[in-house]
Design a protein around this ligand. Sequence first.
Ligand SMILES: CC(C)(COP(=O)(O)OP(=O)(O)OC[C@H]1O[C@@H](n2cnc3c(N)ncnc32)[C@H](O)[C@@H]1OP(=O)(O)O)[C@@H](O)C(=O)NCCC(=O)NCCSC(=O)CCCC(=O)O
Ligand SMILES: Cc1cc2nc3c(=O)[nH]c(=O)nc-3n(C[C@H](O)[C@H](O)[C@H](O)COP(=O)(O)OP(=O)(O)OC[C@H]3O[C@@H](n4cnc5c(N)ncnc54)[C@H](O)[C@@H]3O)c2cc1C
Length: 697
Amino acid sequence: MVREHCDRTTALVNESSQLVLAGHVEPQDDLRAERKRASFSSQELAVVLNGGTEVLQRRSRLISQLQSTSWGSQAAVSQRCFHSREQLHVEGLVAQTEIWKLMQSGALSQQDAKDMETLLTLPGGLTLHQYMFIPTIETQGDEEQQAYWLPKARALEITGAYAQTEMGHGTFVRGLETTATYDRASEEFIIHSPALSSIKWWPGGLGKTATHCIMLARLIINSKDHGLHPFVMQIRDLHTHLPLAGVRVGDIGPKFGYNGVDNGYLMLDRVRIPRRAMLMRHARVTPDGHYFPPSAENAKATYGTMVAIRALLVDEAGWVLARATTIAVRYTAIRRQTSERVGDKELQVLDYQNLAATLLPLVASAYALIFMGKASSDMYKRFEQDRDAGNLASLPELHVLLAGMKALSTWTAADGIEACRRGCGGHGYSALSGLPDLYASYVQNVTLEGDNNVMSLQTARHLVKSQEAVAKGRRVEGSAAYLQRAEQELHRKCSVQAPQDWQTAEVLDAALRHRATYLAAEGHKLLLRHGGGKINFAGPDWNGNTVQLIHMAQAHSQLVLHTTFAQSVHQADLEPAARAALIKLVALHGMSLLLRDLQDLFMDGYLQAFQAQMLVQRRNELLLELRPDAVALVDSFGIADYQLNSCLGRSDGDVYRALLEAASGQQLNKTEEGPAWNAVLKPWLDPASRQQARSKL
Ligand SMILES: CC(C)(COP(=O)(O)OP(=O)(O)OC[C@H]1O[C@@H](n2cnc3c(N)ncnc32)[C@H](O)[C@@H]1OP(=O)(O)O)[C@@H](O)C(=O)NCCC(=O)NCCSC(=O)CCCC(=O)O
Ligand SMILES: Cc1cc2nc3c(=O)[nH]c(=O)nc-3n(C[C@H](O)[C@H](O)[C@H](O)COP(=O)(O)OP(=O)(O)OC[C@H]3O[C@@H](n4cnc5c(N)ncnc54)[C@H](O)[C@@H]3O)c2cc1C
């Protein structure tokens, strides 16, 4: 029966290749035509966006290598959406350990291995080992501790998680409850979960993979609480993988997505670990129980790993949105729907203004975020160099910039994927489009590593402090330096007199800067008013105004994002036609940001109604001007079909045949009658079975 069904599927797919789509143009022809009419070469732009020809060549080589394995082949990747949690968990670990093996044998460089995992898009139990466990030891362990732990961790003799969040607290890190009490007699720490709310809950890889973890716990010496510190703690036996005495550990259960990762819980009953398990690069405890705190400028060193991950999240957001927009733009360029008379050529749905107005600004956002991601990782690398030389002066600015940008970028990408999915109509709802899984396994980024509202409020705190400094005549540096000129800025008016004026970079920058300045000044005033002339960064003054404060922080981050995008395009080595297209994309980006919150510009009379109407008009014209380049703009991301893993986003446009092939080959179609026939349906539907059942009554 199985054989028979397979034969029929093959026949159906072969047959479909003979079919002509009535009233339609062949989808492949649509994409060919789109590419022909583009104003620039997407191959050349892809080289610039991806950082060189070698990067693209290396990616193709890695994909070929993956394709030749059983765990990374196209067939394996495309089957994933049919798999259970347990299967995904095992598959994730198989892929990660195989890649690790290749790296250890020298067949892959460390960078190759990281890139290969990114191409696979299958986060697994070892993800946090690489991105948080090892880096925390690297940055917070002293030399001796690094020499002890890192070789074992890098050889995968141990695997680790990052155990910070607890059942009761994730955001409020200072409120975490797990204790690490120093016992001078034995020179050990006793790690304990004192309450239900103190159980570690969420850490990735902790559930079933990790043998060790970075344990964030309150350091208690002689009954004195010194706050949160990191410890390296073994939780499972290395021979049996069973939990050690006093340890209860497991997986927290199915999630919205991201199900290959075993996010875990951990409950500890007075588990003893040696004194040197505390990571001591910044703070120390001597054998006799003397505590040496971190220096004042290293006070937030414990939060260092979170800053590193936020930089990675900003870098990732643009590429994730690039994937979603590649799928949606290619598909909506081949999808034809509705003509005045049946049988006439129907319109490509991307030509409806509603879709262009949804998707093209998202393409612009993906570009903006890709450039911002590069700027953020460059900034983070500079910070790392300074930090390794003992200079942490740039950390406060880096933190507030990345906090707000992590929020803006992950919100933009998550909302953008969902908008792309809806833009693809019914086929976007099918897992075969690749969009549901992309969304479900991305959207957690708006919560993890600092909830986006909370992160925005960190940036808001800095903006209010900067505004306060300016009011007191002190200098403000860094990304908020524009607030230095707040006084003059607040008197400015928008200079636009014709729709075309909105296209100029100066006008857009000025409007975004004015908005951010106005909101920061208003936020500052609001808190002063509530505090009776004094600013309180906690309590009802702050907590009762967070909607406006978050909005203010996001306006600031949007300004930083937009100016970084514009500058990066200005500085990039582009051929003239690609430059012209990207300048338009920058303009569309700025206009879309303004249109989303236009009311802000009316509040203090910066904008007049006729200027707002011109903004809408110019945005609509830009959509039409950019439309011929839509497919070329997404082709330029250079994302391979392998990585898209989408029937809708295929680069050849052969969408309908791909859907039919993938659907008919799946498990539920393995037999013609279906898995519920014999036990459930047959007794009702099959006359002979019914007859038999009646005769037994
Ligand atoms: C919200 C805050 C920032 C608040 O911290 P706080 O100590 O109460 O601070 P505050 O009183 O608001 O401000 C005091 C000061 O601390 C500064 N600060 C705060 N965080 C940092 C930092 N990372 N680097 C450098 N500086 C930092 C703030 O800017 C404040 O500075 P200021 O006093 O204004 O000069 C903190 O609790 C926090 O970071 N919460 C979020 C928790 C989080 O991100 N958890 C991540 C867990 S791991 C994870 O999710 C991994 C997922 C990975 C995956 O699967 O992909
Ligand atoms: C998939 C996933 C993986 C994770 N991996 C790890 C990991 O490896 N290791 C680890 O330690 N943790 C991990 N976490 C935990 C994660 O870091 C936290 O969930 C996150 O920091 C948010 O904290 P919370 O859950 O306590 O949210 P809450 O703080 O309870 O948030 C609830 C709501 O309250 C709001 N809110 C809370 N506080 C404030 C405030 N001060 N001001 C304004 N609004 C506020 C938030 O905006 C949110 O809407 C993971 C979480 C997820 C979802």
